[in-house]
Design a protein around this ligand. Structure first.
Ligand code: ATP
Length: 364
């Protein structure tokens, strides 16, 4: 087994580069602990790159991603940089389609020591995973939408059997893994709008068919509007959720808010062969360049990368590295000494990053 891993690093725009610098420092510290070497190949891509060169995601960057063991991604897109049809430059969507990264995995957990927006005591126990289908749904229409006579606009939703089966299976597999970790019966909740749309009724049918293959995991379905309500009223009741691309996009931000904000929400985009790890947040132009970005989401995404690599390469040391990162994050905030600007505190990106590295290095 090689102890060296090639990580393709795409810092991107806005706060992407700021939080990525923390993640690579943390990974270097982890590498020393577990005797693995991370070789980072950094590449320019994104909205600024598009402004500078006319290309958002160069071919050679795609080739570098293909050759790497995993892709670590900051954030891309700037509100004022747009293509001819008025939409933003969003290379992360291109990467999802190019590498067939169909499962957008967004875990959300309460972080001890940080204030939660919800006052209910159970808000301390939020621990859920949203699995967002990432290659079809309403996003299938990206680049295909039509505007007729400046009077009507159309975007189509695509729900395929193959695409739905694989993402539902993925969600049930996560629920099974969580069953043993959390010692509780697992549950997958499908989120749709099956009462209105044929495409969504089809998604629900396939979800229910898939559920029969997982008899030890409970399965239920809910309409997206009711879920928007219940995710705020009683989020601690949910375990794993699976949903169509657009609903997943919206609900990802909603569940991040439940534990304090985008800066603590990691994510992974996973396919059968490739995977990309990025925080759930965007480029946050409102705080970019001010040193205020919370790097926690980025660093927890790097931990997800280590877990994925551990399974892919059969290397349990990498999973140990993921646990070391999670512990370092937890220890940084439980003492209450550091509080990110996002949470009303004064701790900036560099200060938090330094503490993460120190905690990784000094953990027993
Ligand atoms: P995208 O559409 O690319 O996902 P977005 O438009 O939804 O992006 P974000 O860039 O995620 O927006 O920012 C949403 C809000 O969350 C902004 O107010 C931003 O400052 C804040 N935010 C996002 N990431 C962080 C972070 N890491 N630390 C602190 N605040 C953040």
């Amino acid at each position: 087994m090689s102890n060296s891993l090639n990580i393709c690093v795409l810092p991107g725009d806005g706060i992407g580069g700021e939080v990525m610098a923390v993640a690579t420092n943390v990974l270097e510290a982890v590498g020393k602990r577990i005797d693995r070497q991370f070789k980072f190949g950094a590449h320019r891509a994104g909205a600024q790159h598009y402004l500078d060169t006319g290309v958002a995601l160069p071919e050679d960057v795609l080739r570098a991603c293909e050759k790497s063991d995993a892709i670590l991604f900051g954030a891309m897109g700037l509100p004022h940089v747009r293509g001819a049809d008025g939409t933003e430059i969003i290379p992360q969507l291109d990467l999802r389609f190019h590498f067939d990264l169909y499962a957008g995995v967004r875990p959300i957990r309460t972080i001890r020591g940080l204030p939660t927006p919800l006052a209910h005591p159970e808000a301390q126990n939020i621990d859920m995973v949203l699995v967002r289908e990432s290659t079809e749904g309403l996003f299938y229409s990206r680049g295909r939408g039509t505007i007729v006579d400046d009077a009507e606009a159309f975007d189509n939703m695509k729900i395929s059997r193959v695409g739905t089966e694989r993402v539902c299976r993925f969600a049930f597999e996560i629920a099974k893994q969580r069953q043993s970790r959390l010692s509780r019966p697992g549950r997958v909740t499908n989120i749709d709008k099956a009462n209105v749309f044929a495409s969504m009724a089809f998604f629900r049918k396939i979800f229910e068919e898939t559920a029969t293959q997982y008899p030890t995991v409970a399965a239920d379905s809910a309409y997206v509007d009711a879920m928007a309500l219940n995710l705020v009223l009683k989020p601690w009741r949910y375990d794993v959720m699976v949903t169509e691309n657009m609903f997943g996009d919206i609900l990802s931000d909603l569940i991040a808010a439940l534990v304090g904000g985008m800066g603590v929400a990691p994510s992974a985009d996973i396919g059968d062969k490739y995977a990309l790890f990025q925080p759930a947040h965007g480029t946050a132009p409102d705080i970019a360049g001010q040193g205020k970005a919370n790097p926690t989401a980025m660093v927890l995404s790097a931990a997800m990368m280590l877990d994925w690599l551990s399974t892919k390469l059969g290397d349990s040391s990498l999973a140990d590295g993921a646990r070391a990162i999670e512990a370092a994050v937890e220890n940084t905030f439980t003492s209450g000494r550091l509080r990110p600007v996002e949470f009303g505190g004064t701790s900036g990106t560099t200060e938090i990053g330094r503490q993460f590295v120190e905690n990784v290095a000094s953990a027993k």
